[in-house]
Write a protein that binds this ligand. Structure first.
Ligand code: NAD
Ligand code: MG
Length: 390
């Protein structure tokens, strides 16, 4: 019987995976090894019972008594804390989804890679912060990483058996998020509530705000560069308000192939779950006649400076990805907490990139997790201090 683990089960991607696994299990039983979550203990316990998981883990140690109480009499083990999440990831399972948000997903993801497992990766921060380390270790342990970010799943499907030298460039699409049509002068006044509404996708709050600022697309550019080993100048972003085309691959013979589907994460998750096969999924079929039109344009980097920062980070290489990611997480925390404005996030991240680059040997790729976390810490401090020094 196949076994699975979901890291970050109680989030938006985790819930979609739960839905697919529950349905698939009705036809061919799937054994659930571990489910991890955060503050939503009631939902974590409910999911663990529904799937008959071996163990449920919350990332927050102070919530262990609540989790224990919620699982009393079920025979399901419980644990708490970051180390327990990583231990859950290290337990053997045939397929492990990392749907944790943020750099917190890095250590658990690496556990899956160290045991040579199959890692379905929604947590793009893993590749942004530690792309070289993660890809090198995966090659050594023969772990298999399957992209779950919709654009990257699309590219993965489009590339198939194509030879790398035949690819001229790849394009990932961006809806433009909540503020794509706002006048530029209104952006500094954008509220957290306004930034938390996505026109097409239903996702966690952090990635939704990152879509409005395009930091999500900035992370995805770096993710594509690291995962597919494609040079930065061959990766483009296309503004596409309908979110129907997820990515395109353009070949040297002048042709391009595109991946289309309704914006539903269960496609990318289900593709990774059933890979290398393609099974039926409970997703509405795409009816292009009903969609009517698909629009594309080049994104304006004055509106979305995060895209320029991503290009600079890909050129710099080394620890730059870890710094961009952590500085962005700090700036996002500061925006959500009302300490900085929406339009302050990119300058805070740029400040961190400059400060940390100046401070030390930034161009060297971190060779281990400790070094990545060291750069991550430095970047958070620098981004957090931006307002004070600006
Ligand atoms: P979410 O906020 O809805 O869920 C995050 C999950 O991670 C929750 O289970 C939460 O409890 C857990 N978590 C939070 N902090 C943690 C910590 N410090 N340690 C361990 N676990 C922690 O997020 P989401 O929208 O589902 O996104 C998850 C990941 O997938 C992100 O990396 C995001 O960029 C990526 N992603 C999401 C979507 C989407 O449609 N939501 C699409 C593509 C990629
Ligand atoms: Mg995406």
């Amino acid at each position: 019987m196949r076994s699975v683990t979901i890291l970050g089960a109680t989030g938006s991607v985790g819930e979609s995976a739960f839905d697919l696994i529950r349905r698939a299990s009705a036809e061919q039983p799937i054994r659930t090894v571990a489910l991890t979550g955060g503050h939503n203990i009631a939902r974590l316990a409910e999911m663990a019972q529904a799937l008959g998981a071996e163990i449920a883990v919350t990332a927050w140690p102070e919530l262990l008594p609540d989790l224990r109480a919620a699982l009393t009499g079920t025979g399901i083990e419980s644990a708490a804390g970051a180390a327990a999440v990583a231990e859950a990831a290290a337990r053997p399972a045939d397929w492990t989804l990392s749907a944790i948000v943020g750099a917190a997903g890095l250590a658990p993801g690496l556990q899956v890679i160290e045991r040579g497992g199959v890692l379905a990766l929604a947590n793009k921060e893993t590749l942004v912060a530690a792309g070289r380390l993660v890809m090198d270790r995966a090659a050594q342990t023969r772990a298999r990483i399957l992209p779950v970010d919709s654009e990257h799943s699309a590219i993965f499907q489009l590339l198939g058996q194509e030879k790398a030298e035949c690819v001229e460039h790849i394009s990932i699409t961006a809806s433009g998020g909540a503020f794509r049509d706002w006048p530029l002068e209104r952006l500094p006044h954008a509220t957290v509530a306004e930034a938390s509404c996505h026109p097409n996708w239903n996702m966690g709050q952090r990635i939704t705000i990152d879509s409005a600022s395009m930091f999500n697309k900035a992370l995805e550019l770096i993710e594509a560069h690291e995962f597919f080993n494609i040079p930065p100048e061959r990766i483009r972003v296309l503004l596409h308000p309908q979110s129907i085309v997820h990515a395109m691959v353009s070949f040297r013979d002048g042709s391009s192939t595109a991946h289309l589907g309704l914006p539903d994460m269960r496609h990318a998750i289900g593709y990774a779950l059933n890979w290398p096969e393609r099974h039926a999924l409970p997703i509405a079929a795409l009816d292009l006649a009903q969609v009517g039109r698909l629009d594309f344009s080049a994104p304006d980097e004055r509106r979305w400076p995060a895209l320029r920062l991503a290009r600079e980070v890909m050129q710099a290489g080394g620890a730059a990805g870890a710094v961009l990611n952590a500085a962005k997480e700090q700036a996002l925390d500061d925006f959500i907490a009302g300490r900085i404005r929406f339009t302050d996030m990119a300058p805070a991240v740029e400040h961190a990139l400059e400060q940390v680059a100046r401070a030390s040997d930034f161009a060297k790729s971190p060779g281990d997790l400790e070094t990545v976390l060291y750069w991550d810490d430095m970047a958070r401090v620098a981004a957090g201090a931006w307002k004070v020094t600006a």
